[in-house]
Write a protein that binds this ligand. Structure first.
Ligand SMILES: Nc1ncnc2c1ncn2[C@@H]1O[C@H](COP(=O)(O)OP(=O)(O)OP(=O)(O)O)[C@@H](O)[C@H]1O
Ligand SMILES: O=c1[nH]c(=O)c2[nH+]cn([C@@H]3O[C@H](COP(=O)(O)O)[C@@H](O)[C@H]3O)c2[nH]1
Ligand SMILES: NC(=O)CC[C@H](N)C(=O)O
Ligand SMILES: [Mg+2]
Length: 545
């Protein structure tokens, strides 16, 4: 199911906050612009550049035009909606956004021999005393010279009429320009990447000083408004179900629902037989006892393992799990509904389905490029909607993961849960290479439990984004207790990442490695060797399948 932009849905809470509109022309950095603005506690939302301003259901306080892999002089290059420059709000064009702004105002943009990829030094030009005040506002308080990140091969042939140059670099005489009368700015560099030393400050000048946004987007504000919104949406008797895995997203969403409608929210966890050691019991305890949420665990492990028998292909594994998940979930939901009706509860029917969709999922499906070529089919529960005629409720669809974690803390969800590494829906099935058998699951669970325990003991769990073991079905010779062994291999993997799109492997203290290798080979029957994955993403992916 393709996601809809948060602000364009009928029951959006966006209207309650000062907001910035980011029009995406397909740059690989567009989502970072969103991230940076959110860091100023300002709500901002990215929409594809094809979005017509006239069709927008809210009024932005300012508009940012992103970069793009296109060149403005190409035949099929994406065009800016001319209404942007007449909207009466400040506009900031970044890279392609600058070039498209210049192009719109009549300047020529051309390919240059002086490509600039990487660092450049920007020189801010001081404006004459009688210059319009807004010409100084974008770089107010920014040093005269500072490093910025460039990634372009086109450049302006001239300054568009009615504009002034406000900064230059050695290769870009118009590295930053501003309209003489209106607060319309263009910058050739990328302020959204951290390599641009004062980039964040430049964005802040735009969002706060120039657009005048109030810093109202805080999770405290969000909770109250979102609870109110959920109550209105669901009504006084509506019942909601949701799939809850014990991961951060679904747990935070579940807790929020519980705060809003109490026991009219029903959470279902599916034990698919490829969860981590004792996970179902732990999640049940945590949700019911610690969070007070109504959680039913459905043990479908035999069904799943039966269907996975003999299957080795990664995509087939993922599809089997995704489909079986839906089957089990629907069955349980129908059963629950019958039970609720039996109790004579008012409005007994379940009309709503909770999903823990996050903003990056939304961005992915609405970005200008469209979803990039499929590398893996990520399992989720999206397919349920059409079959079940349930209405969707997605309280986290405006939020990034760190915002979800902040929300979790405010909702008093225990820290160890809030900081939990993500665990994929298909679970250990994509960490056991080759066939999945109960014996392989046992080995993978045991090794994983030791790995995570040692990481926690060393106090480094929160320093990494995700850690797990992959079970490799190759056999190696070993010697244990003077006997020859011929057994399988565990590969440990831990990564650091901001958004899981790219990742670096985590550098372990050698003492921790020594300890965990020793424990895994000694304690896990069937393993005589531990290896470590030191592949970043790309070229690897985080999971092995
Ligand atoms: N075993 C499960 N039982 C019930 N729902 C599940 C299960 N596994 C996954 N889901 C559903 O699929 C969604 C997507 O899973 P995903 O792993 O992306 O999110 P999460 O588990 O909530 O959080 P995290 O990303 O931190 O693991 C979950 O939010 C949950 O609704
Ligand atoms: O809920 C999920 N269902 C899936 O099918 C799935 N596949 C990968 N992942 C998680 O996504 C992140 C990136 O993983 P990859 O680099 O392996 O694609 C990592 O955090 C992975 O754990 C999944 N999560
Ligand atoms: N990063 C960008 O926006 C690049 C814009 C354009 N494609 C150029 O090369 O100049
Ligand atoms: Mg998960």
């Amino acid at each position: 199911m393709a996601a809809e932009a948060p602000s364009q849905s009928a029951n959006s809470i966006v209207a309650d906050f000062d907001s910035i509109l980011i029009l995406d022309f397909g740059s690989q950095y567009s989502h970072l612009i969103v991230r940076r603005c959110r860091e100023f506690n300002v709500y901002c939302e990215m929409l594809p550049c094809t979005q017509k301003l006239a069709d927008l259901k809210w009024k932005p306080k300012g508009i940012i035009l992103s970069g793009s892999p296109f060149s403005v002089y190409e035949k099929d290059a994406p065009r800016v909606d001319p209404a942007v420059f007449d909207a009466g709000v400040p506009v900031l064009g970044i890279c392609y956004g600058l070039q498209e702004t210049a192009n719109f105002f009549g300047a020529r943009v051309e390919a240059s021999d002086h490509r600039e990829y990487g660092e450049a030094i920007i020189k801010v030009l001081s404006q004459p005393a009688d210059a319009p005040a807004h010409l100084n506002k974008l770089f107010e308080g920014i040093p005269e010279e500072s490093p910025v990140w460039m990634s372009h091969s086109d450049r302006l042939h001239s300054l568009p009429e009615g504009f002034t140059t406000i900064a230059t670099t050695e290769s870009a005489p118009w590295a930053a320009i501003a309209h003489n009368e209106k607060p319309i700015y263009g910058i050739q560099f990328h302020p959204e990447v951290t390599h641009s030393l004062r980039g964040k400050d430049v964005l802040q000048r735009f969002v706060i000083n120039i657009c005048g946004c109030a810093r109202g987007w805080t999770m405290e504000e969000f909770i109250d408004k979102e609870i109110e919104r959920i109550r209105k949406l669901v009504g006084p008797t509506g019942q909601v179900i949701g799939a809850v895995s014990g991961g951060v997203d679904s747990s935070v969403a579940a807790k929020l629902m519980h705060e809003a409608i109490g026991d009219r929210f029903h959470a279902i966890m599916v034990d698919n037989g490829v969860l981590r050691l004792n996970e179902a019991e732990q999640v049940h305890k945590m949700l019911c006892e610690d969070l007070g949420v109504n959680l039913t665990v459905v043990d479908a492990s035999e069904l799943f393992l039966g269907k996975l028998k003999g299957v080795e292909d990664p995509e087939t594994k993922r599809k089997i799990i995704g489909n079986t998940f839906i089957e089990v979930f629907e069955e349980k939901a129908a059963e629950l509904e019958r039970d609720i009706e039996k109790t004579g509860a008012k409005g007994g029917k379940i009309e709503w389905l909770l999903q823990g969709t996050l903003y990056p999922d939304v961005i992915e499906s609405i970005s200008f490029k469209g979803p990039s070529a499929t590398i893996k089919t990520h399992h989720n529960v999206g397919g349920l909607l059409d079959n079940m005629k349930l209405k969707l409720i997605e309280p986290l669809r405006e939020l990034f993961k760190d915002e979800v974690r902040a929300l979790g803390r405010l909702l008093k969800i225990p820290t160890h849960l809030v900081m939990r590494h993500p665990f994929p829906g298909p679970g250990l099935a994509i960490r056991i290479l080759g066939e999945i058998t109960p014996e392989q699951v046992r080995i993978a669970q045991h090794a994983d439990a030791i790995f995570i325990e040692e990481i926690r003991k060393a106090g480094i769990y929160d320093q990494m984004s995700q850690a797990f073991c992959a079970l490799l079905p190759v056999k190696a010779v070993g010697v244990q207790g003077d006997r020859r062994t011929y057994e399988q291999v565990i590969c440990v993997r831990a990564v650091k990442t901001e958004d899981f799109m790219t990742a670096e492997w985590f550098d372990f203290p050698p003492a921790v490695l020594r300890k965990l290798s020793n424990r895994i080979t000694n304690e896990v029957n069937g393993i005589n060797r531990v290896v470590m994955d030191i592949t970043s993403k790309p070229p690897g992916t985080i999971e092995w399948l």
